[in-house]
Design a protein around this ligand. Structure first.
Ligand code: ADP
Ligand code: MG
Length: 292
């Protein structure tokens, strides 16, 4: 039978907007010493917007967005949504595309208006032998604002960079500070570039940053921490966070997240705030104290 105090704990958690799948999860949560936070959609709102453009050929800004958005129509990635939304706001017509391919953690490719397009990060450009060295200053300029630079290559040559920014949730800073005051190690884990990640981490007072992680690399990072003796809570929202959420001692999903993230986690935060993480861990500790 579930002890009375656990039932009370689960009820109290619900009042705080924290859904707990099983009472055992509270026991695990009481022993956590490390909190790993996904960046996009977890520390940030998950509503990225286009904020900057750089062009390296004869395209106009409108043409750059038009080509990129025509390709991204078929992608569900938050960055893709930002690009398509920007095209819509500028009332640009989109072309049909063919040969669409998506490369998880890298980008997308396809043919638009008889142009062979690649859209994604530096790793993706390097894999496809697209020269990007001449764009490094522009890349850094965008990344230094905490925005994500996305490269567009057209027929094997760099055509432009689109800078996309996702605002921090307004209480992420105070929630991180609260977790650190509780004595927890706070780590940021992201598929985004190290430059962008470090700018965001600095704003939040997070010094431990793991970036440029491919989707299957997130779970590997959890294993690495566990091998170092850490007891880990993973907090995330994306499909690519699901294996890490399942593997951690405690998985905590954002209520705004994907179904697969919520299914993989023991806790779900219905109030879109990372204070829910601190609340969940504090409450679990208090509940366990009442049993002993
Ligand atoms: P995360 O959700 O942790 O930021 P992802 O694994 O989803 O990481 O993506 C990592 C990186 O891959 C993105 O920051 C982006 O540079 C690139 N990428 C992935 N999908 C796309 C896409 N559809 N369009 C453009 N870039 C993409
Ligand atoms: Mg995410």
């Amino acid at each position: 039978a579930t002890p009375m105090s656990v039932t009370v704990g689960v009820g109290r958690a619900a009042e705080l907007g924290i859904l707990i799948k099983d009472a055992e999860a509270m026991q695990q949560a009481a022993g956590i010493d490390t909190v790993v936070l996904d960046k996009t959609g977890t520390l940030t709102e998950g509503k990225p917007q286009v904020v900057d453009y750089k062009i390296y050929n004869t395209l106009t800004r409108e043409q750059l967005v038009q080509l990129a958005a025509s390709l991204e129509q078929s992608s569900e990635h938050p960055l893709a949504n930002a690009i398509v939304q920007s095209a819509q706001q500028q009332q640009l017509d989109l072309y049909p595309h063919s040969d669409f391919m998506t490369y998880s953690g890298l980008g997308v490719s396809g043919t638009v208006d008889q142009q062979q397009l690649l859209l994604g990060n530096a790793k993706f450009m390097n894999q496809n032998n697209i020269k990007i060295t001449h764009a490094e200053t522009d890349f850094d300029f965008i990344a230094n604002q905490g925005a994500t630079p996305v490269y567009l290559a057209q027929n094997g040559l760099l055509a432009g960079i689109i800078g996309i920014s996702d605002p921090l949730r307004k209480d992420s800073f105070s929630a991180v500070k609260r977790m650190q005051k509780m004595g927890l190690n706070v780590v940021m884990l992201t598929g985004d570039s190290i430059k962008t990640a470090q700018v965001i981490a600095a704003k939040l007072g997070i010094t431990d940053v793991v970036a440029d992680v491919l989707p299957d690399g997130k779970a590997a990072q959890i294993t690495l921490l566990q091998q170092q003796g850490k007891r880990v809570a993973m907090v995330g929202d994306g499909i690519n966070d699901a294996p890490a959420l399942a593997l951690a001692e405690v998985g905590i999903a954002m209520g705004s997240g994907t179904d697969v993230a919520i299914e993989s986690a023991q806790f779900t935060l219905m109030r879109h705030s990372l204070h829910g993480v601190a609340d969940a861990l504090e409450l679990s500790k208090a509940t366990l104290r009442n049993i002993k």
